[in-house]
Design a protein around this ligand. Sequence first.
Ligand code: ZN
Length: 258
Amino acid sequence: MCLYYGVLEQPGTLNFKGKKRNCILENLELHTTPWSSCECLFDDDIRAITFKAKFQKNTPSFVKMSDLATHLEDKRSGVILIKAQILELVFPVTASLKIALNAHSSLKIIFSSLPNIIYTGCAKCGLELETDENKIYKQCFSCLPFTMKKKYYRPALMTIVDGIYKVCVHVGSKLIEKILLNISPDWLNRVIAPPSDVTYDLVAADLLHALLAGSGAPCVLKVQSLFVLDENSYPLQQDFSLLDFYPDDMKHGSHALL
Ligand SMILES: [Zn+2]
């Protein structure tokens, strides 16, 4: 299920005042007016379908299933689906601190790392906000007068392996949330269903542990690749970003057609 957010200016209609790709959140930013309100839509809602037709024209209607060997040989930029095993997730926290989670990380280590893989940022642009000496969050100057804050998962670098080939893929905050079964970073300390004392962070840690254990089925990953080649077709730069994640590879066929 996908949800689309739109700006409602007249009841029942969606009017997008503009769009801008946000590199931190990897989604569209909607510009609103003081009369705007927000509504969450299911993906079969006619307004969501209209939205997709209007703003997702660049998304291919059919994405080819490929493998890393072929793709690295072709060196062609584009969107592909790859079935691969996830080896590692590295979350850069500060310039000098990184959290690397892999098959060697115990459930306990993953669980205790969770508070460090989330941050508080500007609710509009996702910029990480620092605190002042009184532990009050500073404002995001580029989004003033908007001052709302939100918790985010940190974007990560994911190492994937397909056969003998290994690449690093950039994973945005939203997709880390999707990998964690859409558990919002705000929910991590909450109890799932009282009177049980199981909290969402236990579930999130368990999901990451299972994902990185290396024994599970490979995932299907929708990846955007970018190759910059020299005149001899030697790659000067190759960059991969995760566009979507399908844990159950049996279902990729239907997703690929979205
Ligand atoms: Zn901002």
